[in-house]
Design a protein around this ligand. Structure first.
Ligand code: SF4
Ligand code: SF4
Length: 503
């Protein structure tokens, strides 16, 4: 069928600068640039461009500019350009529109409507350069009270503690499966987690055996497809996460196309080479909190009660009630992924319309668990939208113990948020398993960039805590007095549990 779709981007080349080195042709994985031998010049296929910026960065003459196509359809307030493009695409191919990364709608970001406090005169601020500020974080079930005994010489802790994950910073790396990303990405994140004293979640595709040495800094995931799950896999991780749902596609399963399943991925996932890896929407053995409890205790038994067990859910309408059940199910950590959570591939209509913002979900879960006296039964980790250290601090003030970052870690490595991860042609070598393109990501350099990011954020977190006169991150958890809302209505303020600025 002849396409009526307009190119989304226009590639402009300054021919006075271009020396025809053809680097843009080699770097582009979407065949945008091509050499015109009859004219001895380089041309562009605008319709292929996804604005990944690879050619712009690598052009030695800085001759390329990518612009959004100014020839929009005749949009109006209701029929936006995006809505018209979607209809035209589906009229041409009759398919579900896929998208990578997270929901990009403007109306769902509450972090920017929350402002942090700082001390003035009374309760003076603390200078993090001169005084210690503790951001070490322990994830796991906490006792309601501690009992000690004096044995004549020492004070001895009598209370038996549940297994804990000890993190040097409240930032973990979110689940990304081997297959959705390549081994270089996993290696970079595992190295970075080890260097930063935090954890990387290997996602639902198993863990390549070459990364077992980083096991003390890896959370292994058990999802509905049970890919790569074995006694060895469970024993190698520092913690186990049962994935029930994810923010980018609540209520639906996952699909890794067979073309991405090479020999190594097949071996790690324990499936045949070239076979589609389909994760069912539900776990076929979980239909109630009691069923979930059985799986939690099966995993605890399998690992001799030595590791915390996390349960990850998507933020949906009745998230607080679900969280209340999970807190009573024996789980040690509750992970909530908001509507802006990212993924390699999701139906765009689900990514952008199903689920709720993590800020509101977190606030209502923390309140419900506190009201019911079960907040210490689980640590709370949130994900799906964390862009900077202020978002981390705001999440902790709303009740989280720690956050997962996924997109931010990938941007640190090189991702330019083109949202085309599902094509398997990621020009930055991240969400691709093509051996030639995967080589573009050097795990050493990528790991260094992620470590730098976490170190920078950790320093900023200490600055913000010091500014509030708080010397331990534990004292900020759920401390909503340190937050004020701006431009929010009464209901939003009530759910968030924060006052309006000036109040
Ligand atoms: S990379 Fe730059 S200089 Fe080289 S061919 Fe492309 S546009 Fe020309
Ligand atoms: S990971 Fe790659 S394909 Fe996905 S958004 Fe980033 S640059 Fe684009």
């Amino acid at each position: 069928m002849k396409t009526h779709l307009l190119p989304e981007y226009i590639v402009e080349r300054d021919n006075a600068r271009c020396n025809k080195c053809k680097i843009c042709i080699e770097q582009c994985t979407y065949q945008v640039h091509y050499y015109k031998s009859d004219e001895d010049s380089v041309g562009s296929r605008d319709q292929n461009c996804v604005n990944c910026q690879r050619c712009v960065v690598f052009c030695p003459r800085k001759a390329i500019t990518i612009r959004k196509n100014p020839n929009f359809y005749r949009e109006n307030h209701h029929w936006t350009n995006e809505a018209i493009i979607a209809i035209k695409k589906q009229a041409e191919n009759g398919s579900v529109i896929l998208a990578g990364m997270g929901c990009d709608k403007p109306n769902l970001t509450y972090w920017d409507k929350l402002l942090l406090n700082a001390s003035q005169v009374t309760n003076p601020s603390i200078d993090p350069l001169r005084e210690p500020i503790e951001i070490r974080t322990y994830l796991g079930k906490k006792p309601q009270q501690l009992e000690f005994e004096f044995n004549g010489e020492d004070i001895v802790l009598e209370t038996e503690l549940a297994p804990q994950l000890c993190l040097e910073t409240p930032i973990l790396f979110a689940a990304m499966s081997y297959g959705a990303v390549n081994l270089n990405v996993h290696e970079a994140l595992a190295k970075a987690a080890t260097e930063c004293g935090t954890c990387f979640n290997c996602g639902e595709g198993g863990l390549h055996s070459s990364l077992y040495k980083y096991g003390d800094h890896i959370i292994v995931q058990v999802a509905s497809g049970r890919f790569g799950v074995s006694p060895e896999y469970l024993s190698v991780g520092a913690a186990i996460e049962i994935k029930i749902g994810q923010g980018a596609k609540p209520g639906i399963g996952g699909h890794l196309p067979g073309e991405k399943v090479n020999e190594d991925i097949a071996k790690t996932r324990m499936i045949p080479v070239g076979a589609d890896a389909l994760s069912p929407a539900p776990h076929h053995d979980i239909y109630s909190i009691e069923d979930l409890k059985q799986l939690i205790y099966t995993l605890k038994e399998a690992t001799n009660y030595t590791k915390p067990i996390a349960v990850k859910i998507a933020a949906v309408h009745n998230v607080a009630a679900i969280a209340s059940g999970i807190a009573r199910s024996g789980a040690d950590i509750l992970v909530i992924d908001g509507v802006r959570g990212a993924t390699g591939a999701a139906p765009k209509i689900i990514r952008d319309n199903v689920g709720i913002p993590i800020e509101l979900a977190l606030a209502s879960v923390d309140k419900r668990l506190r009201d019911e006296g079960v907040r210490n039964e689980v640590s709370i980790v949130v994900s799906g939208s964390i862009r900077n250290s202020a978002d981390v601090v705001k999440a902790i003030a709303l009740g989280a113990d720690a956050v997962y970052i996924g997109t931010a870690a990938l941007i640190a490595m090189g991702c330019t948020l083109c949202q085309k991860c599902y094509t398997g042609k990621c020009p930055w070598g991240i969400t691709t398993t093509d051996p030639a393109i995967s080589k573009r990501l050097d795990p050493q350099e990528a790991s260094r960039r992620v470590v730098n990011l976490v170190n920078a954020w950790s320093s900023e977190i200490k600055e913000m805590l010091g500014g509030m006169g708080i010397n331990a991150i534990e004292s900020l958890r759920g401390n909503r007095e340190q937050l004020r809302g701006v431009g929010l209505n009464e209901t939003e303020l009530k759910v968030l549990g924060v006052k309006h600025v000036g109040d």
